[in-house]
Each structure stands twice: as structure tokens, then as C-alpha cells.
Design a protein around this ligand. Structure first.
Ligand code: CTP
Ligand code: MG
Length: 240
């Protein structure tokens, strides 16, 4: 029984617009990908495959290999693809055969706590083959039609909020199921427009059950400069 992690870090970070790939942006002196990898290791994960931006594989490997928290981790770095889905698939292909449970995690969720990572892994080990952490949605969410000429969008529906969950990473899977889900959905990975936005969606497409466990606000996705400020505050809070 070996748990492995796929850590996606190959995105460009266009919405953060930091001038460098988002996973390399520093938070309290450490790159986002380093924060995320450390927490995976502290949760007990040894096998970690990172998908890095083109031309950054060597620097990502150096950065992670030099870290004392990751001393006992086995880190592999692969080049990411054209979509997050493609980057996950590339990393998945590089996971050792002995790995039977996979945690798929985003460097963008750099502060996902150890307790959350362990909760997801435990749920998979207890027999749920696909597990996502989720939180109740606090906004009212509207489904809309395509925008008209002046940019306004017509509301089509208001889903019952009590049935909605905002899902996070790490998402945990039985390895064979995740491999099959990615193989079946492979043609979607060519661009972000067609790709699945999370791995659980590929499992859902196989008509296999996906389960939600409790998420954690600290696992927020760092997308914008404002999110980075929030993450800084959270890290400071954590250190108190
Ligand atoms: N990711 C990846 N490969 C891609 C695109 C995204 O590995 N081709 C990773 C990102 O590095 C990030 C995670 O997927 O850890 C979630 O993606 P997102 O938050 O959208 O990050 P970016 O794609 O980098 O940001 P943006 O969409 O603003 O460009
Ligand atoms: Mg993106």
C-alpha cells in the first residue's frame, strides 16, 4: 500500500499575472509548489510527481530537492501539458507502479492543511474509490446563457444552494480508477476549453461514484493577487 501524489504546477498563472508561473511565486519566502509539496510530505506522502511549466522542470526539481522537509520524499518532475487535465495525465504516467492510492493536488492550493490531506487519503483507504473535499457554497449561484451584445447574461436557473459544494484539492482516488478515467477522457485534454476542470469529473463520466468529505477554507485556490494576500494572512495566522 503506497500513496502517491500528483502535484500540478504547470500553469502560467495568467490571472495572477506575476510575470512568472504561479507555482513559482513566493509566499513567505517559499514557492507555492514548495508549500504544497511540504504539506503532502508532512501528511505522510513519499512519492510525489510534479508537473512543471515547460523550461522550468530543472529549477522546480532543484527547489524541491534542496528542501529539508522533503529530504525523505521521492520527487519526480515531468513537463506539464496544454491543460490541467493533460498535466495530471503526464504526472500520473510517471507514478511508480507500487502506488495504489493517488492524491491529485494543485500547487495553487498551497496551504491545504495536513489534516485535510490525511482526511482525503483515509476516505480512499476506507473504500471510497473517488473522494473530493468540499465546502458548502455561501453565494447564491445562477446558471446563465451566453452574454448578449451589451455583455449582460440571461439567468436560466438558480440551483438549490443546499445541494452545492465548492470542491478543492487534494482529490483522492484508487489508482486503477483514476488511470481508467484519464484514459477514457484523454481526448478532452488538448485544451482547457474541453478539459475536465477536476479529476473527479472524469470519474463521474465513467458513472462511478464520487464522494465529498469536509473541505477546509485554508485550501483556498490562489488565483488572483487578492487571493495571495489572503493566503499570506492565513499563513501568519497558522504560525501564531
Ligand atoms: N495547471 C497545470 N497545467 C496546466 C494548467 C494548470 O499543471 N496546463 C495547474 C496549475 O499550475 C495549478 C492548477 O493546475 O496548480 C490549477 O490551475 P489554475 O489555478 O487555473 O492555475 P493557472 O492555470 O496557472 O492559472 P490561470 O488559469 O490564471 O492561468
Ligand atoms: Mg488555469
Amino acid at each position: 500500500m503506497t500513496t502517491g501524489a500528483v502535484l500540478t504546477a504547470a500553469g502560467s498563472g495568467s490571472r495572477l499575472a506575476a510575470g512568472i508561473p504561479k507555482a513559482l511565486v513566493l509566499l513567505d519566502g517559499a514557492a507555492l509548489v514548495l508549500h504544497a509539496a511540504r504539506r503532502l510530505r508532512l501528511a505522510g506522502v513519499v512519492e510525489i510527481v510534479v508537473s512543471a511549466p515547460a523550461d522550468h522542470s530543472a529549477s522546480v526539481l532543484d527547489l524541491l530537492s534542496a528542501d529539508s522537509v522533503l529530504r525523505e520524499a521521492r520527487i519526480t518532475v515531468v513537463e506539464g501539458g496544454a491543460s490541467r487535465q493533460a498535466s495530471v495525465a503526464a504526472a500520473l504516467a510517471a507514478l511508480p507502479a507500487a502506488v495504489d492510492v493517488v492524491l491529485v493536488h494543485d500547487a495553487a492550493r498551497a496551504l491545504a492543511p495536513v489534516s485535510l490531506i490525511q482526511r482525503v487519503e483515509a476516505a480512499v483507504r476506507s473504500g471510497h474509490d473517488a473522494v473530493v473535499p468540499g465546502l458548502p457554497v455561501t453565494d447564491t449561484v445562477k446558471r446563465v446563457a451566453a452574454a448578449n451584445a451589451d455583455g449582460a447574461e440571461l439567468v436560466r436557473a438558480t440551483p438549490d444552494r443546499s445541494t452545492l459544494r465548492a470542491v478543492q484539492t487534494p482529490q483522492g482516488f484508487a489508482r486503477d480508477l483514476l488511470d481508467r478515467a484519464h484514459a477514457a477522457g484523454a481526448e478532452r485534454a488538448a485544451s482547457e476549453a474541453s478539459a475536465a476542470t477536476d479529476d473527479a469529473a472524469l470519474v463521474e463520466a465513467l458513472d462511478r461514484p464520487v464522494w465529498v468529505v469536509q473541505g477546509d477554507v485554508a485550501a483556498l485556490k490562489i488565483t488572483t493577487a487578492q487571493d495571495l494576500l489572503v493566503a499570506e494572512l492565513m499563513l501568519r495566522e497558522e504560525a501564531r
